[in-house]
Write a protein that binds this ligand. Structure first.
Ligand SMILES: CC(C)(COP(=O)(O)OP(=O)(O)OC[C@H]1O[C@@H](n2cnc3c(N)ncnc32)[C@H](O)[C@@H]1OP(=O)(O)O)[C@@H](O)C(=O)NCCC(=O)NCCS
Length: 155
């Protein structure tokens, strides 16, 4: 990770900043997946990577109320010019540390089958990747699921 970057907990005031960059960072209209409630209610388990005043990455996640040993990552992204330098891995490590401290060793996330970059990244950092599941999020909304058990020994 670049030495000018610091990871800090997210704040509700980060919401408009994240929404403003998401479509560009994903390369498609996507900001609708992050309504304000995620920053209002889950900022304490979400993280922002910043270089000075500039946000260069973020992870939005939360503990599962229904599954006591699980935590869920709703979105992770890094600015295009900052990629493949270990920043998303560091953001995930902060989330893993917080989840483990909260007694939640199982981490889950999902993505669209078209998001090959996300699938390659999650596989690389140790997640088990499912086959595409038809209609997972509703009609025509296929998804690939990710699962990582932090108790399992690394290969
Ligand atoms: C997916 C994403 C978050 C990865 O961020 P990143 O900072 O580039 O990832 P890192 O540098 O931490 O990579 C960690 C590992 O994954 C690998 N990796 C990252 N992107 C990869 C890709 N596109 N293809 C193959 N491997 C990849 C890296 O090489 C690295 O491996 P290493 O540690 O063995 O060297 C970033 O590409 C992104 O923001 N994409 C757009 C938003 C998105 O799709 N988010 C995910 C869905 S919510």
């Amino acid at each position: 990770m670049a030495t000018d970057v610091e990871i800090r907990p997210a704040q509700p005031t980060d919401h408009p900043i994240l929404v403003a960059v998401m479509d560009e960072w994903w390369g498609r209209p996507i900001s609708g997946i992050l309504p304000r409630l995620f920053l209002d209610h889950f900022c304490t388990t979400s993280f922002v990577a910043a270089s000075g005043d500039e946000v260069v990455g973020f992870l939005v996640g939360f503990p599962s109320p229904a599954r006591p040993d699980e935590a869920y990552v709703h979105a992770i992204a890094v600015a295009p010019g900052r990629r493949v330098a270990g920043l998303a891995r560091v953001l995930y490590q902060r989330f893993f540390d917080a989840a483990l401290a909260d007694g939640r060793p199982v981490i889950r996330a999902v993505t669209s089958p078209v998001n090959e970059r996300s699938i390659a990244f999650h596989r690389r950092i140790g997640f088990t990747v499912s086959e595409p599941i038809a209609d997972y999020d509703g009609p025509g909304q296929d998804r690939v699921t990710f699962r990582l058990d932090l108790r399992a020994p690394a290969c």
